[in-house]
Design a protein around this ligand. Sequence first.
Ligand code: GLN
Length: 240
Amino acid sequence: MADSGVAIGLVLPDVLGTYSDGGNAQVLQRRLQWRGIPATVIDLRHDDAIPASLDVYLLGGGEDDAQALAVDHLRTHPGLQRAAAQGAVVFGVCAGFQVLGTEFTTSDRTTHTGLGLLNATTTPGRRRAIGEIIVDVAPPVGPEPLTGFENHLGRTRVGAGSRPIGTVRAGVGNGDGSEGAATGRVLGTYLHGPVLARNPALADLMLGWALGGPPAALDLPEVTALRAERLRAAKHGRGK
Ligand code: GLN
């Protein structure tokens, strides 16, 4: 972390911005600022260079064509891969998750090589998974379950060297009962929401990695209320 605080890169918000996952950057920034720690969000658009010097990199969801464009761009501008090799925190949601994996096949049956930061391979499923999702997670991500909203066709197989983030209680996730993938400080998940607004423990886990130690506790009753509401919605099959 530089003296100017935590640098959070929002990767290709102009390409992978369909599902408002850019809100994850705002959540991380605000959770740091509420603790008196400076934080900057840097948009890394398609015309911008991708510096390897940031602390956290966030990728959001998008349509198949958008994610194909994103992976081509990121493979030819490898700042993100260099940063990950140096220990930066990397977090991808849905299309962003698939892009971080080894390869993904889009619904037109084209297979794209991913960034290989996660051992995760994605192929199209038979039906689109849409709706509220609850994921049981063990520490350090848990013990509280993750809540989110999923909207994807892809099904993902996690291979050696990566492990799923958790087990699906309600919803589809990777499609085999598991959800997401992690290797070191690189995480991928199918959960939109934005997921870090709904799951502060996940946000603080990543901030702890960036800061070199767990951040101070924050008590935000509105976040607790939002979690309770979304858990109820998933239980009753609403919010679809
Ligand atoms: N296009 C991908 C899929 O359908 C990702 C969708 C998304 O990012 N929500 O699997």
